[in-house]
Design a protein around this ligand. Sequence first.
Ligand code: IPM
Ligand code: MG
Length: 363
Amino acid sequence: MSETKQIVVLAGDGIGPEIVGATRQVLDAVGSFEYTEHLIGGASIDEHGVALTDEVIVACKDSDAVLLGAVGGPKWDEAVAKDPTAPRPEQGLLGIRKALGLYANLRPVKPSPALIDASPLKKELIDGTDLLVVRELTGGIYFGASGRRDDNGGTAYDECAYSVPEIERITRAAFEAARQRSDNPRVLSVDKANVLETSRLWRETVKKVAEDYPDVQLDHLLVDFAAMKLVSSPAEIDVIVTENLFGDILSDEAAMLTGSLGMLPSASIGAEGDPGLFEPVHGSAPDIAGQGVANPLATMLSAAMMLRYGLGDGEAADRIESAVDAVLEKGLRTPDIYEGGEGETRVGTEEVTAAVLAELAQG
Ligand code: IPM
Ligand code: MG
């Protein structure tokens, strides 16, 4: 990666600025980047009255990649509780995903061997888990018509719609990702085809696309059963492809295989050549914001995904991932993953960041 890359940084709310600040240091240790900071979520609501401005969308479109922290917090939830029409921080996140056309959300789940005891699940169950959730991110119930009707004392509705092209492109993204991951690629398509019409179209379309990928094994599961499989035999799963809402739920469930939501990175990708957006799966953790104890590792691992998928520098991505592994191996733990076991040291954001930087300086 020769020339300086332009990164838009959307730190957001809560612990966002802390984890993104830590991650910038790590990025600077592996490459040359120019950062432009912009507001999103609650921070943008406070300044501009909306969770996302057009100016930020334009800046993101002009960038090479977008690094995002997290959005949301009690302050804005309270405002919405008082007035349901008040702006919500999450609108910023959904808005930028939609505006950038980021239809494919990749959430890899590979428990670090050093953290295997941090998971609430039995070690022998998690052993060998290395899966990828490919979540459709710009369609479905998240973006359908929604509202309230004044009948029967009040009714609310959220429409879920999927078009064939929307299903085709996310399916292709999943098959391609599966091929890249291994020589024995498997895709598990998750739906609710026994109930939902969108799911029946989903299944039909996935099957058709699969004809172009005869080397990839395809299976289908209903989402309730898939939720069970995810905790009963996660090591059997390779790539999951699913719609927006199921992917949201299943990826949080899958996160617990790693012991902490604080460890999970994600990449959101759109059309070829367009900037992607990279963010940790966890939220803004307002309860610990500003205390210097936030776990920045998921954001650093998201930066690694940014290098690999967004900026074409797999080597720098490997370096960050190895440095994070090494730091965990040495027993450094932010409170969210601290178990009090032998060889563990409880540290804050600054110390864990310094340790990652030290590993990078050595390697
Ligand atoms: C996620 C989050 C978001 C989502 C929220 C904050 C809108 O849970 O990225 O998984 O539901 O997509
Ligand atoms: Mg979620």
